[in-house]
Design a binder for this molecule. Structure first.
Ligand code: PHE
Length: 332
């Protein structure tokens, strides 16, 4: 039996085969078990020798099976090591990484320029009180300037801010001069969508308040920023204008960065491109912000962020900035 078992174990082709063999010898109804059961029929003298032999055979069979099992397991392991191997030299699959939207790129550039000049960044709510958006900015109820800002009203007193200028008042209420802030953010006007208009757009407000601030400071500051955004050769031009919250007020043009001022389709052959509104903070506005206009003066400005993004990247339609088509956005 020992020899036959050894032969069969050697030929077993798999782990389940081995298990079947083990059961056929050592299981409850196995061959060896049957032999052990018959030992009761032997004489007391024959029993010890027969018992010893049976035990030896059992031990041999168990050992052989264990050894063979080990071999099968090792083989399986090395097979798995081969089949599950990873070739670390294969090129990886790259997952696409997004990048900043052109509006964010320009906003970050502009913010860096201002921070370099000692400004800090402030913010205010997009859902704003009529008081901050209009009244405190010297635009009382019924003032014609309200008609030019097609406002989304929520109630008589609450609206979506039409400009970032309300942050001027909110900041002055809570901070003493010297003040040097910019405040970028979303603003809303009931405009129809076209190549140069959107009901939601972004502005960057600027406010500087200190003793002895003049229009010269305003001009020098904006010139430095214009050169930073549009290049070192850029010139600026101030044209008289009117805003209720600045006095005097101006509109600021930059020399066309495409033709340098000689005239081209970009600047509509004027040599200049209008980029922002600005002026000296109106004494009433300083007062509304809790600052004494006899002691302090300041300047403020407001830039349309979409407009300068379009110029900066030579994009000719504002809608492209809002449609979020990746074929367009991936170019920046
Ligand atoms: N808030 C003005 C606008 O939206 C821009 C501006 C800001 C003008 C600050 C002067 C000073 O048109």
């Amino acid at each position: 039996m020992r020899l036959a078992a050894a032969e069969k174990i050697k030929k077993a082709a798999s782990l389940p085969d081995l298990e079947a063999l083990r059961i056929s010898y050592l299981g409850k109804k196995g061959e060896l078990t049957a032999v052990l059961k018959q030992m009761g029929g032997l004489s007391p003298e024959e029993r010890p020798a027969a018992g010893q032999l049976a035990n030896e055979i059992r031990a041999t069979i168990e050992e052989l099976i264990a050894a063979r099992q080990k071999k099968f397991k090792e083989k399986e392991k090395s097979k798995r090591l081969v089949s599950e191997a990873i070739d670390v030299t294969l090129p990886g699959k790259s997952s696409p990484i997004g990048h900043k939207h052109p509006i964010s790129i320009v906003l970050d550039e502009v913010t860096d320029l201002f921070i370099g000049m000692g400004f800090s960044v402030a913010s205010g709510p997009e859902v704003e009180l009529d008081y901050y958006n209009f009244e405190a900015l010297n635009i009382p109820p019924g003032h014609p300037a309200r008609d030019t800002q097609d406002t989304f009203y929520i109630t008589d007193k609450v609206l979506l801010r039409t400009q970032t200028s309300p942050v001027q008042i909110r900041y002055m209420e809570n901070n003493k001069p010297p003040i040097r802030i910019i405040s970028p953010g979303r603003v809303y006007r009931s405009d129809s969508v076209d190549a140069t208009h959107s009901p939601l757009f972004h502005q960057i407000e600027g406010l500087v308040v200190d003793k002895g601030i003049t229009m010269g400071d305003l001009k020098a500051c904006l010139e430095a920023i214009a050169k930073g955004i549009f290049g070192g050769g850029t010139k600026i031009r101030l044209r008289p204008h009117h805003f209720p919250f600045t006095e005097p007020s101006c509109e600021v043009d930059v020399s066309c960065f495409r033709c340098g001022g000689s005239g081209c389709p970009m600047c509509k052959y004027e040599g200049w491109i209008e980029v922002l509104g600005a002026g000296m903070v109106h004494p009433k506005v300083l007062k509304n912000g809790g600052i004494n206009p006899d002691e302090y003066s300041g300047f403020a400005f407001g830039v349309g962020l979409e407009r300068i993004t379009l110029f900066r990247f030579r994009i000719d339609d504002m809608r492209l900035l809002f449609e979020n088509d990746v074929r367009f956005l991936s170019q920046f």
